[in-house]
Design a protein around this ligand. Structure first.
Ligand code: GLY
Length: 364
């Protein structure tokens, strides 16, 4: 088991990563958040698997407990579902010093976190991520949101959790497809900040399973390293004024590809495709080694993720402009310069259109 300390300007908290740590959720939430009542929020897939165990552990730590659940899937990450959660918190009798416990993947963490950010103008949230993507990315750093028709995560707030409890044993019930999807964000972290992590992923894809299934010891180590990478960024730039934007590597095109697929393509797969596209464009502009895109593509493909998109450049461009990363007539894009070193660039919309064309057309 490992503990990563996050220290953002608004809150310091611990991320506990371990094999079997789920049953310690109650004591960890009690120590970090206090309160009288804890409401477990999860979706229809995760609730039958883990909500009961988390609730039992919260009850053992002295909480009066409640459970709320909503239909699983990105298409339910809506204002309507969010409103149902907030109404549910009120019906449960949650007070301002009580705690929302988000148990699930990124959709659950984002929506339960946004409900906690708004309920009574803000109550505590604890994040209990059960997907790899939520463990390595969305549960840490305090971003919460819902999707609206104009685009993904366009309505949200920052609310740092009181504690994060990441039990890699939960990854054993994740479908191989969802597990592979999450690897898109893990590869992104390697490209962004850690050549050793990238080399390890390229040589031994995280999706490889031994005769005994997943290697939980390796997963504790890899998740911890990913949380450290994210921690270093959000400690320095909690509100995404500068450095934190580098975590959007692969996301400008990735979000566009994801939204254009009507969310049928997973977030991690979309980010992986976006990462390959931006690497190809960076190489075409002569800003990185010409071999860099192929290195990234090989690692992405080894995890069974797409290295490009069938979408036309015009369609990707249109969706990308709806994203938060656009600022009037410019758009911020993160370019990979080498493995472990990236740069945030502000592009004119014409330059961005060229980037999209170079990245998407070369990937077909
Ligand atoms: N997922 C990117 C961030 O949290 O900033």
């Amino acid at each position: 088991m490992s503990v990563v300390d996050v220290r953002t300007p608004s809150r310091a908290y611990e991320v506990h990563v371990g094999n079997g740590v789920l049953d310690r959720t109650g004591e960890l939430v009690r120590a970090a958040a206090g309160g009288r009542m804890a409401c477990v929020v999860s979706d229809s897939h995760v609730a039958p698997l883990y909500a009961g165990r988390v609730e039992a552990s919260l009850a053992a730590a002295g909480y009066e407990t409640r459970q709320l659940s909503f239909p699983a899937g990105e298409r339910h990450k809506t204002i309507q579902t969010w409103a149902g959660i907030v109404e549910g918190l009120a019906e449960a009798g949650m007070a301002r010093d009580d705690v929302v416990v988000a148990v699930g993947g990124g959709v659950t963490g984002d929506m339960a976190g946004f409900a906690a950010a708004c309920y009574m103008r803000g109550c505590a949230v604890a994040q209990v991520p059960t997907s790899l993507l939520a463990m390595v990315d969305s549960s840490v750093g305090g971003k919460t949101a819902v999707d609206i028709s104009a685009g993904k995560n366009l309505c949200g707030a920052f609310l740092q959790p009181r504690v994060v409890v990441a039990d890699v044993a939960c990854l054993g019930t994740l479908s191989p497809e969802l597990f592979a999807d999450s690897c898109g964000e893990v590869i992104k972290h390697g490209v962004l900040a850690d050549p050793a992590l990238f080399d390890e992923l390229a040589a031994h894809p995280l999706t490889e399973r031994g005769a005994d299934g997943l290697d939980y010891e390796r997963l504790v180590r890899v998740v911890t390293r990913n949380v450290e990478i994210k921690r270093d960024v959000v400690n320095a730039d909690e509100r995404e004024r500068g450095l934190r934007q580098t975590l959007n590597l692969g996301h400008t095109l990735g979000h566009a590809i994801e939204a254009a697929s009507d969310y049928r393509l997973g977030h991690g797969a979309s980010v992986a495709a976006g990462l390959c596209c931006v690497a190809r464009a960076t190489a075409a502009w002569g800003l990185c080694d010409p071999g860099l895109p192929a290195m990234i593509e090989r690692c992405v493909a080894a995890h069974g993720l797409p290295t490009g998109t069938e979408l036309g450049a015009d369609e990707v461009y249109r969706w990308a402009l709806a994203d938060k990363k656009r600022h009037g007539s410019t758009i911020n894009v993160v370019l990979p310069l080498e493995i472990g070193r990236c740069e945030l660039r502000t592009l004119t919309l014409d330059e961005f259109a060229e980037l999209v064309r170079l990245g998407t057309e070369a990937g077909r």
